[in-house]
Design a protein around this ligand. Structure first.
Ligand code: G6P
Length: 607
């Protein structure tokens, strides 16, 4: 949460800083601000609300210079307001911060005792005040920063500029990401590499406890002890596909349409297309040694784990637990030593998932992560990690990362089955061959979803909806309901269809639309019985099924979304698509901010 961007350049930097914040807005968007260092000292502009508010302010009250820091915020300590927006500053130093300072009450008390006054309600303001106190003791800017960060408990990525050293930006990190870019005009600092793509050609990542001193010509990095760290700058490679909306109205729609490509890239990474076999070397070597699998994640990634549980049970014959990270780490459940802990996270930075990973490591478990961001904290701290090949996901509501996770988890379950001898060569080849039809099938489903507009119209005025499904369609129902909640703000609940009569059926009346997910298969008959139960109580039923499922239920449904006939293996991946598109179209009809829904952020680095 929160995005940091900074620039020291031969050219004016204000528009570069705002451009950087625009790319980082997915990390938080309740306020933003910049500090420019120029002949008038540290010049600050801040505004509450989305980045446009800052742009408007800058048009009314411009500021320019060759060096500056910038921030886009997701509020943790202190309400979203201009007063709490970053940068926080004194007359000697300005700081932008991403992370949480856990010991800030103690630090604040100590600073206030020494006469340092807080203007905001944030934990972050502790940092410029600590630095200022050190400067007032006569320390140099670098020493003042080094001493200040040594007092912080929690996580931080920081960029700081000093009135006394107007040509330098300092950066420091512990637990929150920070990347330094080198471009033709100067140097840049960012919370992610994509935001650097407009200005930088090369990059390097700052590691925990390192401090960078950056001028227009030089990057100097030191470790906690002050010793120089030499880092290789690597070329910044961002695929064309990852840049901008590529003609789509929203990032979310672009990312929905990218899913066939994500499937293709994932298959090619983990499978051999010539032989339709798994590339065993693409997976960790010892997967078959484990007797239990413990999957831990948050949000959409958690639902991916719930879907995958059934694949691991079926193909790898391994018992599986699936936990929400924020619950798992406090549960103190007994671990068997032969448990593989698997963490699923798009960002690799989610605070609860990261904390759960650290907790599992302390318990002596082998920790594997499935991540979309290779440079993330979870990648660094896991024993091994697998990649989803979703590319940059900017829409706050996860789409392509989810289906990317599903496919890797399915392939991993097959690999575990293969490694333990439960999946023979013939079965492996048949399954992988089916999976290779996925990109084309997905593209077909996305293209043929024109009818979804009409279905969306019927939901747009609802206050509540219920999503029902059985088996793997239950976690899909949870994910579909989450998508609708996140971006359209319509209350949506999801239940296993068989659980309906144990309570939720009391909610059913003609004001409760029900989205029923019923792919063909052994569960279909039972799901259609549940469908009749809700329709006979007045519910407007939207059925997502194949042609014959829709035909069978015709008298009991108001609307239908048809998914083409497909192999059972592909069903969860294909049935996700109408759920994503339905939520998207409802949100568009409601006119909400699809890519930046209220109160949310993409990378949740607070517990
Ligand atoms: C946030 C996002 C969700 C995401 C969840 C877990 O809540 O808004 O879309 O599923 O975090 O994120 P992760 O990066 O760990 O998958």
């Amino acid at each position: 949460m929160c995005g940091i961007f900074a620039a020291v350049s031969n050219e004016f930097v204000t528009s570069t800083l705002v451009g950087g914040l625009s790319s980082l807005s997915y990390r938080g968007y309740d306020s933003s601000g910049i500090v420019i260092v120029n002949e008038n000292g540290l010049q600050r502009r801040r505004a509450e609300g989305k980045l446009q508010a800052l742009s408007t302010l800058l048009a009314q009250n411009p500021v320019e210079g060759y060096i500056g820091i910038a921030h886009t915020r997701w509020a943790t300590h202190g309400e979203p307001s201009e007063r709490n927006a970053h940068p926080h500053m004194t007359d000697r130093v300005a700081v932008v911060h991403n992370g949480i300072i856990e010991n800030y009450p103690d630090l604040k008390a100590s600073l206030e005792r020494d006469g340092y006054h807080f203007e905001s309600d944030t934990d972050s303001e502790t940092i410029p005040l600590l630095i200022s106190r050190n400067l007032d003791k006569g320390m140099s800017p670098e020493t003042a920063l080094r001493e200040a960060v040594s007092q912080l408990d929690g996580s931080y990525a920081i960029a700081a500029v000093f009135a006394d050293e107007p040509q330098t930006i300092y950066a420091a990190r512990y637990g929150s990401p920070l990347v330094i870019g080198q471009g033709a005009a100067g140097h840049f600092i960012s919370s992610d590499s994509i935001a650097l793509s407009r200005v930088a050609r090369n990059l390097c990542y700052l590691d925990d406890n390192e401090i960078a001193r950056i001028t227009v010509n030089e990057i100097g990095i030191t470790n906690a002890g002050g010793c120089t760290v030499s880092k290789e700058l690597k070329p910044l490679i961002i695929s064309q596909q990852d840049q901008g909306k590529q003609g789509y109205k929203h990032f979310m729609l672009k990312e929905i349409h990218q899913q066939p490509e994500v499937m293709r890239n994932t298959l090619n990474h983990y499978c051999d297309a010539a032989t339709f076999t798994l590339k065993s070397e693409a997976f960790p070597a010892n997967l078959s040694h484990f007797e239990r699998l413990s999957i831990v994640a948050c949000g959409t990634s958690y639902y991916a784990g719930m879907v995958a549980r059934q694949w691991f049970e079926r193909y790898a014959c391994i018992p599986v637990d699936v936990d929400i990270a924020s619950e798992y780490r406090y549960r103190e459940s007994p671990f068997s030593p032969n448990t593989l802990a698997l963490f699923i996270s798009q960002s690799g930075e989610t605070a609860d998932s990261l904390a759960a990973l650290r907790y599992s490591k302390e318990q002596g478990l082998t920790c594997l992560s499935l991540l979309n961001v290779e440079s993330s904290s979870m990648a660094q701290e896991s024993d091994a990690f697998l990649r989803t090949l979703a590319g940059a996901e900017i829409g706050v509501a996860s789409t392509k990362a989810f289906t990317g996770q599903l496919l890797v988890l399915l392939l991993m379950s097959l690999q575990m089955g293969k490694a333990s001898g439960r999946l023979d060569e013939r079965a492996e080849r048949e399954l992988i061959q089916h999976l290779y039809t996925l990109p084309v099938e997905m593209a077909k489903v996305i293209d043929e979803m024109a009818s979804i507009d009409k279905v969306a119209e019927s939901l747009v005025h609802s206050e509540h909806t219920m999503y029902l499904g059985r088996g793997m369609s239950f976690p899909l129902a949870l994910e579909g309901a989450l998508k609708l909640k996140e971006i359209s703000y319509i209350h949506a609940e999801a239940y296993p269809a068989g659980e309906l009569k144990h309570g939720p059926i009391a909610l059913i009346d003609n004001k409760m639309p029900v989205v029923m997910i019923a792919p063909p298969g052994p569960m279909m008959g039972k799901t259609l019985s549940n469908l009749r139960e809700v329709s006979s109580r007045g519910a407007q039923v939207i059925l997502i099924s194949n042609g014959s499922g829709i035909e069978m239920a015709r008298q009991h449904i108001t609307q239908a979304i048809e998914v083409p006939e497909t192999d059972a293996l592909l069903q969860p991946l294909l049935y996700t698509l109408p759920l994503q598109l339905l939520a998207y179209h409802v949100a568009c009809l409601k006119g909400t901010d699809v890519d930046q829904p209220r109160n949310l952020a993409k990378s949740v680095t607070v517990e």
